[in-house]
Design a protein around this ligand. Structure first.
Ligand code: DP6
Length: 345
């Protein structure tokens, strides 16, 4: 029997992936760029065991036995086994690719609340499978087949997922573009506005956007393409204020195309908008003080929760402002809060 345990971090997109050119292979309509967070606070953990004595594949997610019929898990598993079997023919003496697997995955943060749990989960699963079956080489294109955004969590730091041109997805891969400390002493604040499950999942939401939003045509053909290049330049030049502006603009454009979807995909709540507005006021103040390197930026995925990037020098101050404006609910209200009943964060 062989057993491997891996952890994988969450990544937060600063230029968003929203819309596919191929649903089955999970190929995006545009390139995206993300920051992979450190694993200390938020990560997925997966243990995989393979053995010639196992009679079937089995899967547990957060302690609950799950069906392995999920086509995305199957696609990842099939691709890892295909690569492992190729390795065997290249001289490996073990027949491990044919052994059944037992998979045990868990997240230490809310699943499906727009906090990129599937990204960390699939990146972790694919990496662990790759290790246990002895598969080498780029695994981002396998992780991509679990969940698009997962391919970016295979790498640390700033990562670009290239949409690629090939029909078979072979060039739709994630590559690191800068190390984690590229913008030194950066802190991330996650404001959990609501930890419940989102109404429309990303997969369904982006499909509806591609089918119905005319604004999406503009995003794909004009704005996101040029924003990617501006973001690459800002990263190369370590231009933090421009990085902030582009991150905010892309989050807002993604939510604009979500609202332009029919029926609309509404992810941000009044509280989400209030958080954004507070941060704009904060940035205005930093501009007046000629302290633009202390600007902060926010981004929202397919949910109401804000992800804020702040230089360490101002992180405590920003956190204090947020807690003052949006006091957390009393501990006993947590259950209701998790169900999303109170309107306050
Ligand atoms: C808003 O990767 O969850 O977080 O590929 O269908 O699994 P699927 O979608 P998913 O979408 C993530 C969307 C996003 C933006 C991003 O992470 O780039």
């Amino acid at each position: 029997m062989k057993t491997v345990t891996c952890t994988a971090p969450v990544n937060i997109a600063v230029i968003k992936y929203w819309g596919k050119r191929d649903e089955k292979l999970i190929l995006p309509l545009n390139d995206s760029i993300s920051f992979t967070l450190s694993q200390d606070e938020m990560c997925a953990k997966t243990t995989v065991s393979i053995s010639p004595t196992f009679t079937e594949d089995k899967f547990w997610l957060n302690g609950k036995k799950e069906s392995l019929e999920n086509p995305r898990v199957q696609n990842c598993l099939k691709e890892i086994r295909r690569r492992a079997s190729k390795r065997k023919f290249e001289g490996s003496d073990e027949n491990v690719w044919s052994w059944h697997v037992h998979i045990c995955s868990e997240n230490n943060f809310p699943t499906a609340a727009g906090l990129a749990s599937s990204a960390a989960g699939y990146a972790c699963l694919v990496y662990a499978l790759g290790q246990v079956y002895g598969v080498e080489g780029d695994l981002s294109s396998v992780a991509r087949q679990g969940s698009g955004s997962a391919c970016r969590s295979i790498h640390g730091g700033l990562v670009r997922w290239y949409k690629g041109e090939a029909d078979d997805g072979s060039d739709s891969v994630a590559r690191p573009i800068a190390p984690p400390d590229h913008f030194p002493n950066l802190r991330v604040i996650i404001c959990v506005v609501n930890a419940g499950q989102k109404k429309t999942g990303s997969t369904v939401g982006m499909k509806q956007t591609v089918a119905t939003s005319s604004l999406m045509q503009h995003r794909i053909s004009v704005s996101v393409t040029s924003r990617i290049e501006s973001m690459m330049k800002a990263i190369k030049e370590k231009d933090w204020p421009t990085f902030c502006d582009l991150t905010i603009a892309d989050s807002n454009e993604m939510h604009a195309v979500c609202l332009d979807t029919f029926p609309p995909c509404v992810y941000m709540t009044d509280t989400s908008h209030a958080v954004a507005s507070l941060l704009h006021k904060y940035n205005d103040l930093k501009t007046i003080e000629s302290n633009i390197n202390h600007k902060v930026c926010y981004t929202f995925d397919a949910g109401p929760n804000a992800c804020i990037f702040a230089p360490e020098a101002v992180a405590e101050e920003v956190l204090a402002l947020l807690l003052q404006a949006f006091p957390p609910p009393p501990a006993q209200a947590t259950d209701d809060y998790v169900k999303g009943i109170p309107s306050q964060p």
